[in-house]
Design a protein around this ligand. Structure first.
Ligand code: AMP
Ligand code: TRP
Length: 349
């Protein structure tokens, strides 16, 4: 089947994934997602993905991973990588991942995933990897460092997910092409060696693409157009106040167009009264500066408990490290079983 065929997708209320194919499939459908420790978490990460990680903890057997192997394709300073890995783990716990209800771990702490990636590369045509949009983008953006990891990135992602035979994958829309490629790789494996893995399915929130402060490109750490969740309040204020609004609203008395104003769009996620706020803009009762100031307040209020918890956990790194260690240990039997099955099927034993 064509790679461009769209994967079935869901918003916040996903129907359970199709029954996994293998005979020894887990009793509960598994959910998996990964996040790169490549910078400070921003509201795009939360509204597009992390909110769903939290919501799906109770629906599925959920496994969440800080993908440090993936981050090595762009982050080359060991101390920076180590710091950001712990910060991302702390952020996820602060935002509501509960180690009693999900498993949180660091990708390199279960290095078997690298073996599975190699095995997957032997069923993956190079042409599939070469046409991945993110690979083409990175080749443009970091021409001085077109390392092989950028090309093989989606095969490692496929291995991440199916090492645990997971099939439900909460991500933002920017990961759609990666997810589709993961499905293709899994299908290619199943075709060659017999039904082994379920095909992963993306699950989206109601905000699958959050735009950045520039109002045009998706919010992204690498672009630097983010509103951070755990930065000092002044920094968050500065980021929100710098937002580009409706570019056709020149004078204070011009009516605003909430449909094209990213500040107005973000208000949807931080209060029930966004329609009133939109009305104020349309009638020019309020100006862009008022609406931004209100957004700062709302964002700070919304994230106040998470920010408090983040500060507490940052002061107690041993707690966070303990969660990550226990997470990797808990996954070991699943990994051993999958790898034994795969090695057997491929003729390695
Ligand atoms: P990353 O920081 O690239 O590892 O992304 C972590 C998760 O956040 C992935 O599921 C992304 O799809 C999601 N994400 C990142 N940026 C955005 C955005 N601007 N809008 C929606 N989701 C996003
Ligand atoms: N590629 C994802 C991103 O950049 C991170 C990721 C790695 C991931 N492995 C995954 C996401 C497995 C979902 C499932 O955001």
């Amino acid at each position: 089947r064509a790679m461009s065929e769209p994967a079935p997708t869901h918003t916040l209320d996903p129907t359970p994934a199709p029954a996994p194919v293998a005979a020894d499939a887990p009793a509960r459908v598994r959910c998996f997602s990964g996040i790169q420790p490549s910078g400070a978490p921003h509201i795009g990460n939360d509204l597009g993905a992390i909110r769903n990680y939290v919501a799906l903890q109770d629906r599925f057997e959920s496994i969440y991973c800080i993908v440090d192997f993936h981050a090595l394709t762009t982050t080359h300073d060991p101390e920076v990588l180590r710091r950001r890995t712990r910060e991302m783990a702390t952020a996820l716990l602060a935002l509501g991942l509960d180690p009693g209800r999900c498993t949180l771990f660091v990708q390199s702490h279960r290095p078997e995933v690298a073996e599975l990636m190699w095995l997957f590369l032997t069923v993956t045509p190079v042409s599939w990897l070469e046409r991945t949009p993110s690979y083409k983008e990175k080749r443009e953006n970091q021409p001085e460092d077109v390392n092989h990891g950028l090309l093989t990135y989606p095969a490692l992602m496929a291995a991440d997910i199916v090492l645990y035979k997971a099939s439900v994958v909460p991500v933002g829309r920017d990961q759609a092409a990666h997810l589709e490629l993961s499905r293709e790789i899994v299908r290619a494996f199943n075709n060659r060696y017999g039904p082994t893995f379920p095909e992963p399915q993306a699950v989206y929130t109601e905000a699958p693409v959050v735009l950045g402060t520039d109002g045009v490109r998706k919010m992204s750490k690498s672009i630097g157009n983010t509103i951070e969740i755990f930065a000092p309040a002044d920094e968050i204020r500065r980021q929100v106040m710098s937002m580009v609004t409706d570019t056709q609203r020149i004078k204070r008395t011009d009516p605003g167009r909430p449909e094209v104003c990213n500040v107005c769009q973000l208000h949807r996620f931080f209060g029930d009264d966004y329609e009133e706020i939109w009305d104020g803009e349309r009638t020019a009762r309020t100006g862009c500066v008022d609406t931004k100031k209100l957004l700062v307040e709302r964002i700070l209020r919304h994230y106040a408990p998470a920010r408090e918890r983040y500060a507490e956990l940052m002061a107690s790194p041993a707690t966070v490290d303990g969660v990550l260690e226990a997470g990797a240990a808990r996954l070991r039997p699943i990994v051993d079983a999958t790898m034994a099955e795969v090695r057997e099927k491929m003729g390695l034993r």
